[in-house]
Ligand binder design. Structure first.
Ligand code: 5RP
Length: 260
């Protein structure tokens, strides 16, 4: 069964499996969205079933909430939790300072609220997500549907004075219709190829009327767990300045793959 996983999926899985070990009984944990985060939720479900791990999960999307319930995790809202010990989530890109682009799955708003309400944010990612400079992945910006073309025009105008390489924006689609986020908003994807000053861009974007949030996560992530297709995992802690290496065994997790 594991032989059917692509090297990228194996890399995502091993990162998720390693990070799932960070969760301890009694914790309140933010659960990210996306394919890597889905592995995490399945790995945590396995720990709930097999080890009796007891923790409360705060999902960052309806998709993650459904999966978490399905695998036996106790789900609560952020308002019930109030504060979280830890959030574990995927990312579309991360740089050397662990600044991120997120929102490829359209859940950036809840993801940012949940991550910033946590003592720690851990990103899980395959090695291909690491970049020197953020921006090759289109930057998602969540806008309210009312007057979205006006917000788009202001946004493109704002990009002129920013240290970025392009300023094309596209409305994210779901087939023939606009993609709608869990909050009922639209997403504009910014094709800028290179973001020279992500901190400044994040601030400028959020000042545009109609913009709800952007996918730049600056100074939010504390650790990244990077997975490789051969089972290696590397954990970098930006605060402690440490890097550690490890391996995750695929065989012992066969049941997980059969669940899918
Ligand atoms: O930000 C996200 C969703 O809004 C995801 O974490 C990001 O898109 C990475 O997804 P994947 O793990 O599927 O590569």
């Amino acid at each position: 069964m594991t032989g059917e996983l692509s090297p990228i999926d194996k890399a995502k899985f091993v990162a998720a499996k390693r990070a799932a070990e960070f969760v301890e009984s009694g914790m309140r944990v933010g659960l990210g969205t996306g394919s890597t985060a889905a592995w995490l939720v399945r790995c945590l479900g396995e720990r709930v079933r097999e080890e009796g791990l007891r923790f409360q999960g705060v999902p960052t999307s309806t998709r993650t909430a459904e999966l978490a319930r399905e695998v036996g995790i106790e789900v609560i809202s952020l308002d019930e939790a109030r504060w979280l010990d830890l959030t574990i989530d995927g990312a579309d890109e991360f740089d050397g300072e662990l600044n991120l682009i997120k929102g490829g799955g359209g859940a950036l708003l809840q993801e940012k609220i949940v991550a910033t309400a946590s003592d720690q944010m851990v990103v899980i990612a395959d090695a291909a997500k690491e970049v020197e400079t953020l921006g090759a992945f289109p930057l998602p910006v969540e806008v309210i549907p009312f007057g979205w073309t006006a917000s788009q025009a202001l946004l493109e105008e704002a990009l002129v004075s920013m240290d970025v390489m392009g300023r094309k924006t596209t409305l994210r689609m779901n087939g023939e219709r606009a993609f709608i986020t869990d909050e009922g908003n639209y997403i504009l994807d910014l094709h800028v190829s290179r973001i020279g000053n992500p901190r400044q861009l994040a601030l400028v974007l959020n000042q545009i009327p109609g913009v709800v949030e952007n996918g730049l996560f600056i100074d939010i992530c504390d650790q990244v767990v990077i997975g490789y297709g051969d089972g290696r995992v590397e954990t970098r802690d930006i605060n402690a300045g440490t890097v550690s290496e490890d391996r995750v065994d695929f065989v012992e997790s066969d049941n997980l793959f059969q669940d899918i």
